[in-house]
Write a protein that binds this ligand. Structure first.
Ligand code: RUB
Length: 287
């Protein structure tokens, strides 16, 4: 769309931001990325009326976020690898770039040092089976990997030395929102006294939660679980498909970020000091 006036450009950017926000209500990296870009745009708009300059600001801020995100994953992999012992068996759920990057970095380091590599048990992760992506990525990096159905987690938990997962959002109280089933994995780990590590970039922390807001759980279509035919033939059966769940901080031992490792109790510290946002003004740039 060709926009010539500053006001029109800003309105259009706000509209697009709000539209994007609605696509993934749970994963907080999206609103945080939008907030960073809109914040830069808003500051630039105070200095200039040139649409071209404003457009450039948006592109540069977006590119910077992507570059920082890639750097964050690399740093998480280096920091996280130090918390994994040679020969460990790691249990994971769903597909997390951050968690997988730690596994690959740790395995490569051990093999390079002549030590025993890691093994991974990954759930298939119903209904969308992102666990298959995890399994493929690990196998491509020569990491022995066992794929299990989600319901087999408790059966395999005694074999695990550590549970390592990613996060879609982390609340101010340290609770972790991640793929549906994560809280059951954490519960089984708790019962078996297996440590639970969460790998997450610092922009996965949700600023709104410090103001008491709850993280919305995205609910997806029932036909991800059963076929349309099944739904038609069984109109009395209600199918629910929440995509994420909440793991309480008591079940999490460590959150590995690009800024270091923290206990879940340190979440407000990261939100306030590390992200440097003025809590309470986080909506300002979106309205
Ligand atoms: C993916 C999921 C992942 C987190 C973290 O769910 O729950 O564990 O997003 O992943 P979906 P990453 O496929 O529904 O987005 O570390 O790659 O951000």
């Amino acid at each position: 769309m060709e926009v010539k006036e500053k006001r029109e450009f800003l309105d259009e950017m706000r509209k697009v931001s709000l539209m994007m926000l609605k696509t993934r209500p749970t994963a907080v990296s999206l609103p945080n990325a939008i907030r960073i870009v809109m914040n830069k745009l808003s500051r630039k708009a105070e200095e200039t009326d040139q649409v071209e300059e404003l457009r450039r600001t948006v592109v540069e801020a977006s590119d910077r976020f992507i570059r920082d995100s890639i750097k964050a994953i690399k740093r998480i992999s280096e920091i996280g690898a130090k918390r994994i012992k040679p020969g460990s068996t790691i249990l994971t759920h769903c597909h997390s770039t951050a968690a997988v990057s730690i596994m690959i970095a740790a395995h490569k380091k051990f093999i390079r040092n002549g030590q025993k590599g890691i093994k991974v048990v990954t759930t298939e992760t119903r209904p969308r089976k992102q666990g298959l992506i995890t399994a493929r990525m690990l196998a491509n990096n020569n990491i022995p990997v066992t794929l299990i159905v989600d319901g087999a987690v408790r059966f395999f938990m005694p074999d695990a030395d550590v549970v390592l997962i990613g996060a879609d959002a982390i609340a101010a109280n340290g609770a972790v929102v991640n793929k549906i089933g994560t809280s059951l994995v954490a519960l089984a780990a708790h019962e078996a006294r297996v440590r639970v590590y969460v790998a997450a970039e610092s922009y996965k922390f949700s600023p709104e939660t410090i103001l008491g807001e709850l993280i919305e759980i995205e609910e997806r279509r029932p036909d991800e679980i059963v076929s349309e035919d099944f739904l038609r033939e069984n109109p009395l059966i209600k199918v629910r498909n929440p995509a994420f769940d909440v793991t309480p901080p008591e079940y999490i031992d460590l959150i590995i970020t690009e800024k270091g490792v923290f206990s879940p109790q340190a979440a407000p510290l990261i939100l306030k000091d590390e992200l440097g946002w003025s809590i309470g003004e986080t909506h300002k740039y979106l309205i």
